[in-house]
Design a protein around this ligand. Sequence first.
Ligand code: AMP
Length: 304
Amino acid sequence: MSVLVVGSVALDSVETPFGRADDALGGSATYFAASASHHTRVQLVGVVGSDYPIQKLQDLAARGVDLSGLEQMEGESFRWRGRYRHDLNSAETLETRLGVFSHFRPKIPPQFRRAKYVFLGNIDPRLQLDVLQQVEKPTLVACDTMNFWIESRRADLLALLEKVDLITLNDAEARQLTEQANLVKAARWILSKGPRTVIIKKGEHGAFMFHANRVFFAPAYPLEDVFDPTGAGDSFAGGFMGYLARTDDLSEANMRRAVVFGSAMGSFVVEGFSIARLLEITPDDISRRVAEFHRLVTFDAEAL
Ligand code: AMP
């Protein structure tokens, strides 16, 4: 089963304590696609401006990402500039330039409309809603968002929540959206607005998956060197959705495995700038890391 992603395709300029990158490939759809392509075929819908180095996306096409839904419009590409200080868990946005995104209306190509797994990456919630009108009966629709949209498009975001099955967001976003300091209460608040599943990511402290009366937790992989945290959330989502689409099984046990695959993919992307590590890793690297996650959380409960 393939997965459809609609999101930003950006040029990112990022500063971390370990270096900087200017106008590097970024955006929610780019990271998601690079990650999910390790698990299944990906259909990408997005927009870039006339200044985008489209040939650099060929690495994604070579990995089985169908770029026929990527539009190129006259104007400037979406650009995000951010900085991480020593707390690598939170990005400081220095500048967001919407460029062609401000006139973009996603057009889902006819061959993508029957996608069973749909990921609405971090973009204007009005565009996320627009996509839902164009797809036919998906099995699972998941969305992401961020502070920028929680502040500026709250009503649209609440309307979107009524229509999605799952949302992924980080702890700060969950608190901002729900005005609840406690994450269990925040998750309950979000569940009451529509989604059946809420995933709250806590950066290097792992991720929680909440259902109405069940909760699962996966740690983050204890990496010694984190180079650039940009894209960890989208790569998590790509691993999670890619694994679900490949296995086409929404049982609780399989969704738990998907969280671990998401965490594994998030742990790779932060080892380098942009999508570089996602283009390097092999299926063996992924299997080894998933096995290490298993060792990390397994303990002998017999003596209890
Ligand atoms: P994350 O996975 O949460 O680290 O997301 C990182 C990506 O989000 C970067 O590559 C940015 O280009 C993208 N991004 C940042 N701000 C926005 C925004 N307001 N809308 C869409 N994408 C954004």
